[in-house]
Design a protein around this ligand. Structure first.
Ligand SMILES: Nc1ncnc2c1ncn2[C@@H]1O[C@H](COP(=O)(O)OP(=O)(O)O)[C@@H](O)[C@H]1O
Ligand SMILES: [Mg+2]
Length: 316
């Protein structure tokens, strides 16, 4: 088990009477890309601002690399790079100048500045446009520039608030590759979104927040294993049969403990409301009824299934 790089401990934040974040606890392991997902107003930005020491929790604490946001905010700012959900850029400044300005602001000495900015532009794929005025950039380029800016002081942890919002598919793929690249460099990344599919192919762990409360958090692999490992009395399975699946579907719809029978690309998918121990009995039943089963296996559940399971349909 890798050590936790970010530990959110029972954090509460209210604005007047309104509970924006309530008893929120979760952790991100070192080297993770953690997707922080929830609808607009769920409390993501509030949480991230508290991580970035821009807002104090009313209760609880957040530790990043073992450092408390309450006790040592200055130290936290050295450890993290924060990219807010809205970023203004200046007119009449070229990409290189913009990054060198921030490098200077972080007191990187002039000798090292150029090399550092070269490296950062290389990683973020901005080298070829270094002379471009920052106010004329496409949305995708602008997001990469803002990410580049957060890298200037070489933070261990990146806190990125909705960086994929409004990106076209290509820019999103580029962002994903860039995050993977940063992960390889040893960074721990927390990235928020109100759109699950924006994140599902970027992260290895996830936290789903709704109305200030964490509904589910953990490594995606663990969450999927937990849901398909027979721990629950409900399984999502698929069935492949010889010939047309239509007759099999009719038979299955008549069986107890089976729901949601559907044909998806020639395969029958369904929910079996019994633990895994009951699968041989189900198979026997199907064969007895002359359903020519070739394969019965767990339907691979993805992040979307988890999402639907834990959010009870409140989040679209
Ligand atoms: N400064 C503030 N004053 C009052 N209410 C706020 C403030 N900041 C956030 N909120 C409220 O807290 C809730 C959570 O907001 P936010 O953290 O921005 O959610 P998200 O980023 O998930 O969309 C929202 O209902 C928002 O209106
Ligand atoms: Mg937000």
């Amino acid at each position: 088990m890798k050590p936790a790089m970010i530990e959110v401990q029972h954090v509460c934040k209210t604005f007047r009477q309104f509970r924006a974040v309530w008893d929120l606890s979760f952790s991100c392991a070192a080297g993770d890309i953690f997707g922080f997902v929830g609808p607009n107003g769920a409390g993501k930005t509030t949480t991230m601002r508290m991580m970035a020491t821009l807002l104090d929790p009313d209760y609880g604490d957040i530790k990043i690399d073992g450092v408390s946001v309450l006790d040592e905010p200055e130290e936290i700012r050295r450890v993290i790079g924060y990219m807010p959900d809205y970023i203004g850029v200046y007119e009449g400044v070229e990409i290189r100048e913009y990054l060198e300005f921030f490098a200077a602001a972080y007191r990187i000495v002039p000798d090292k500045r150029k090399k550092l900015v070269d490296e950062i532009m290389e990683i973020t794929d901005l080298t070829s446009v270094e002379k471009k005025d920052v106010s004329t950039l496409s949305k995708g380029m602008r997001q990469r520039l803002c990410l580049a800016k957060t890298l200037v002081h070489d933070p261990k942890v990146l806190i990125l608030d909705e960086p994929a919002a409004g990106l076209d598919p290509r820019a999103r793929i580029e962002l994903r590759l860039l995050l993977k690249e940063l992960q390889k460099l040893g960074k721990t990344i927390i990235i928020s979104s109100h759109i699950l599919t924006e994140l599902s192919d970027m992260c290895n762990s996830v936290g789903i927040i709704e109305r200030g409360i964490m509904l589910k958090a953990g490594r995606i692999d663990d969450i999927l294993a937990e849901r398909t490992g027979g721990q629950l009395n409900q399984q999502k399975l698929f069935l492949k049969v010889l010939g047309s699946p239509d007759d099999a579907v009719t038979i299955m719809r008549g069986l107890p403990d089976i729901g949601g029978v559907e044909i998806d690309r020639g395969l029958i998918t369904f929910t079996f409301m019994q633990p895994i121990e009951s699968n041989p009995g189900l198979l026997r039943e199907l064969l007895n009824r002359n359903v020519q089963v070739v394969t019965m296996a767990p339907a691979t559940q993805n992040l979307e299934d988890i999402f639907l399971n834990v959010t009870k349909g409140i989040i679209a």
